[in-house]
Design a protein around this ligand. Structure first.
Ligand SMILES: *[C@@H]1O[C@H](CO)[C@@H](O)[C@H](O)[C@H]1NC(C)=O
Ligand SMILES: *[C@@H]1O[C@H](CO)[C@@H](O)[C@H](O)[C@H]1NC(C)=O
Length: 266
């Protein structure tokens, strides 16, 4: 369902991005130096379609995002832009780097967005500077408590009937207990997902802020993963702590150049 939405919006709006932050505000330029903009070019069946996702830098050549962003029917080519604020402009701060390959957990399933996480390996290392920096992510024993307010940024749409934002927007959302997500998503898994959102429905991400980090206390705890149609509440984010050992292992493999070619499922 989400996949179809993503693809159909990509057909209509090649550059608009598959997601939207609603009820947020523009961030101070370069105050989120870990943010990555993913431009995803569909190569098959037609090469004229493209869409975008969010992501975040966790190593000089490593970006985390949502697996469903790169798992489309047909192959895709991914380019990451770091150091961006206004994505419609080629800012001097921007570093545009092609993605060499990526890896998803062996048990990733696009049906229900189970294990919706991907680690992208960049072709060249990013130059770390004041506009481009890594962010730490939560350890396997770290959890944020229900009620904690964390922030999520993206270049998605700013209204349901709106358009993509060219500047980076951010919204604060609360960690919820699992109940609203269990009710709405039959395959909600509390160990690997987190339930997030604004109960009043005034503030939200949509699916194409997909891949962006849910940041609590300067650390990434979640990855924007799924929602239902235009419903603003609740949203399911991938729980990073569950995947921490897997991420560390993949980073070691990146360093050793041992990864199989992408797309891969190891
Ligand atoms: C993927 O695309 C092919 C070719 O267009 C089509 O035959 C197939 O049904 C599609 N699969 C899914 C899951 O949409
Ligand atoms: C982003 O850049 C474009 C192109 O220069 C400009 O038209 C637009 O107003 C800018 N957006 C914002 C919010 O400053």
């Amino acid at each position: 369902m989400l996949l179809l939405l993503l693809i159909s919006s990509a057909f209509l709006l090649p550059w608009a991005g598959a997601g939207r932050i609603i009820g947020g505000k523009e961030v101070k330029r370069h105050s989120r130096p870990y943010m990555a903009y993913l431009h995803i070019q569909v190569l098959y069946p037609s090469s004229r379609k493209a869409y975008s996702c969010g992501g975040f830098l966790i190593g000089p050549d490593a970006v985390l995002s949502a697996a469903h962003c790169v798992d489309k029917n047909g192959t895709v080519r991914v380019t990451v832009t770091l150091g961006a604020h206004n994505i419609s402009v080629r800012e001097r701060s921007q570093q545009r780097i092609p993605v060499e390959r990526w890896v998803t957990p062996p048990k990733y399933s696009s049906d229900g967005h189970i294990n919706d996480i991907v680690l992208l390996k960049l072709k060249t290392k990013a130059k770390i500077n004041k506009n481009v920096k890594q962010i730490a992510f939560s350890g396997s024993n770290e959890r944020v408590t229900v009620g904690t307010k964390c922030s999520v940024a993206g270049w998605g749409w700013t209204a349901v009937e709106g358009r993509g934002s060219d500047v980076l927007m951010e919204v604060e959302l609360k960690v919820q207990n699992d109940e609203p997500c269990k009710q709405l998503f039959h395959n909600y898994l509390r160990h690997s997902m987190m339930c997030v959102g604004d109960k009043k429905g005034k503030k939200t991400t949509y699916e194409g802020d997909s891949g962006g980090p849910f940041v609590c206390n300067q650390k990434a705890y979640g990855i924007v993963s799924r929602g239902v149609g235009t419903r603003p509440f609740p949203k399911v984010f991938t729980r990073i702590s569950y995947f921490e050992p897997w991420i560390r292992e993949q980073l070691r493999k990146f360093a050793l150049q041992e990864l199989p070619g992408s797309p891969s499922s190891d």
